[in-house]
Design a protein around this ligand. Structure first.
Ligand code: MEV
Length: 438
């Protein structure tokens, strides 16, 4: 197949014709599927079409809500956008469990964002240091047109450091900049500041009389925010006396508490387990981040880097038993916004923020951290008691029934049947076949 030229200039209909005819096995069916997912509200569809380039349709993910989250003594309902069947159920279960045991307590430990101008400099380190200190006021001054509104509200550039990285990579230096971006995630603000800083740096070096010709010629490689924000940190915690932990008849409270601590300790020392353990945390985090119109890829990248900050990938949650009290907590970096970007463009993101009582970015950090902690508590609790499949397969039953194109009446009968039987893929297939033979 030949490459296509000027694709983005084709109309939406032309793009659909092209993809259906050239890259699918049944073009009529493809076109019908694409159009089935268009919104009948033309204005809303146009809004979604314009989020990205080459939009042909919408890809739905369910938006669910998990009620009964008691966070710092206030009740919340948490909206979650996620396709995995058991996640909202698990969050709700954990919320209910802690509702009667004091709820979740949270704290923001820092809100510092980071961005860097990466550049190459061939010359004397000390001269560069001297030059940097001399031009630092100018660097700040020339960003004022970009920062003045943010500064008025209490944010802005908090510091600029010159970092010598030439031991790691020959001639490599950076301006390492820190920011306070208040309720904005701040990516555009930070990147605009960095690009201005780079321009000033380059120009000032060319004009600096203390440099020789080679030193004057600083090469700007790139200017970009960092999604690693170890000082934009939030903590969420639950705790209760061990004797209050018991629920159900599976195991005693102390046995349960000890198993939870052991499971977390395994994730601390064993990266293979830590990755899956943290994936469970991200089930909760990503779902709220996505529902509130935030950038879940940025959050994922930053959190996983934080999980390896001490040299080995490890658990993001911690658990302890001290003085007969069970404590379970999470500490993660989170760069989130509640203004700007998709948060104010996507009607469902706006609605999700409304459900959360229009939080500030700091409040949203706490709510998201709670969703991660709750998810991890629910997963590890199942793992050390009943096993994960019982709950997972119960939630997955509807997916299998839909795959088998079960009718409403078949679904009712089989959901009832599997209340008393173990759900496996083959057991569901057998049951539906038997039902259809009757
Ligand atoms: C599945 O999406 C998440 C779990 O694997 C997490 C865990 O193992 O802790 C259940």
């Amino acid at each position: 197949m030949a490459p296509v030229e000027g694709f983005s200039k084709l109309t939406k209909e032309e793009k659909i014709e092209w993809i259906s005819n050239k890259y699918t096995h049944n073009s009529k069916e493809t076109k019908a599927t694409i159009k089935r997912y268009w919104n009948t509200d033309k204005e809303l569809q146009k809004l979604h079409d314009e989020f990205i380039e080459n939009t042909i349709t919408n890809f739905y993910v369910p938006l669910g809500i998990a009620p009964n989250f008691l966070i710092n003594d206030k009740l919340y309902v948490i909206p979650m956008a996620i396709e995995e069947s058991s996640v909202v159920a698990a969050a709700s279960k954990a919320a209910k469990f802690w509702l009667h045991r004091g709820g979740f307590k949270t704290k923001v430990l820092g809100t510092e964002k980071i961005g860097q101008v990466h550049f190459m400099y061939k010359g004397d380190d000390q001269k560069l240091e001297y030059f940097f200190n001399a031009i630092k006021p100018k660097l700040i001054e020339e960003t004022i047109p970009i920062t003045k509104n943010m500064t008025k509200r209490g944010g802005g550039i908090t510091n600029i450091l010159l970092r010598n990285k030439s031991k790691d990579l020959k001639d490599y230096y950076q301006l390492h900049c820190t920011f306070e971006t208040l309720d904005a995630m701040g990516a555009n603000f930070i990147n605009s500041c960095l690009e201005q800083l780079a321009l000033t740096l380059k120009r000032e070096a060319l004009e600096y009389s203390g440099f020789n010709e080679e030193e004057k010629n600083i090469e700007i490689v790139m200017s970009i925010l960092s999604n690693y924000v170890p000082n934009c940190l939030v903590r969420a915690e639950v705790s209760c006396p061990i004797n209050e932990l018991k629920e159900g008849n599976e195991i005693s409270s102390i046995e349960f508490a000890e198993k939870m601590v052991r499971a977390v300790n395994i994730a601390k020392v064993e990266p293979f387990r830590a990755v899956t353990h943290n994936k469970g945390i991200m089930n909760g985090i990503d779902a709220v981040v996505l529902a509130t119109g935030n950038d879940f890829r940025a959050v994922e990248a930053g959190i996983h880097a934080y999980a390896s900050k001490d040299g080995q990938y490890t658990s993001l949650t911690h658990a302890s038993i001290e003085n007969d009290v069970f404590k379970f907590w999470l500490e993660i970096p989170l760069a989130l916004g509640t203004v700007g970007g998709l948060t104010s463009l996507h009607p469902l993101a706006k609605m999700a923020l409304d459900i959360l009582d229009r939080p500030s970015a700091k409040e949203l950090m706490q709510l998201v951290a709670v969703a991660g902690l709750a998810q991890n508590f629910a997963a590890v609790r199942s793992l050390v008691t009943t096993g994960i499949q019982q709950g997972h397969m119960k939630m997955h039953l509807m997916n299998i029934l839909n795959q088998m194109q079960a009718t409403e009446s078949e679904k009712n009968t089989l959901v009832d049947h599997f209340r008393k039987h173990t759900v496996t893929h083959s057991a569901v297939v057998d049951a539906i076949q038997t039902l259809r033979k009757v």
